[in-house]
Design a protein around this ligand. Sequence first.
Ligand code: RIB
Ligand code: CA
Length: 318
Amino acid sequence: MNNKVIFDTDPGIDDAMAILFAHASGKIDLMGITTVFGNATIENATRNALYLKQRFSIATNVSAGADTPLVVPAGEPTTFVHGQNGLGDIDLPDTIPLETDPRSAFDFIIDTVREYPNEITLIAVGRLTNLALALQKAPDIIPLVKEVVVMGGAFGHNGHTGNVSPYAEANIIGDPHAADIVFTANWPLTVVGLDVTQQTIMSNAYIENLRNESKVYGEFIYQISRFYSDFHKQSAGLDGFYVHDSSAVAYLLAPELFKVKQGPIRVVCEGPAIGMTLCKTIEKTFPVDDWHNKPKQQVCTDVDSQGLLDLYMQTLSL
Ligand code: RIB
Ligand code: CA
């Protein structure tokens, strides 16, 4: 039976690539795409989700979500990474002739989880605001969610500690309070952070190959990823780009590609280390311990990068 997934996202170039990965896999029923501010404004993120739905005939609901974090001030969309329109500044219509779901993202999540108890996996690859709002409004959904997979955070494995600040990753620093709520909820959650997503690089040669191999998706991915590739070249000297959001989809499709560790996770919510993610793996209890009594979650510490790249290529080669 296919995994029923709600995909919470801020498309976003790598978000779009991840949505297409999930769609093309044939192993995921996309119950809904819920959008959140981040890589783009909420308007552009939602338009981009509708564009993908229309262009690639993805049978799913699109629900617009949060346009601002829970507590910290809203930053500007990261257009220097994803382009002004969020999809690498390819030509896009201003509006798409498709309706969004009338419910806001968090209500869509609540209703769908209640409708399909123990069947829904939440994959979240943007700020965690929508998930936190759903938890705040309806904590009864916690035991009804099958699994949560988050792309976000950085725990220092393989030397990866942050991409916005020295110790914070974009999705977490963008709404640290939401992330702390989501990570400390008592549901089974796996974090796919920079520890593994920066271990896997899609080189420009890889994308050229995908362009040739994937009749349906290759040209589109090539076009949207030029901006992203330029950003990675300038900021990190890479030939190609890190595989962030698709790594979360890969975790669902092929968890054997990843190594994990377990422990409660907290997020720093103020000060110079705001957005830092910390997983307590030692069993000892301390006189002061804000991890104590929080549920153990999973953090990915290593990935079979070649296996992941092969899976993506194989899945998209339609
Ligand atoms: O830090 C990487 C994450 O930030 C990815 O989800 C990317 O799409 C951006 O949102
Ligand atoms: Ca994202």
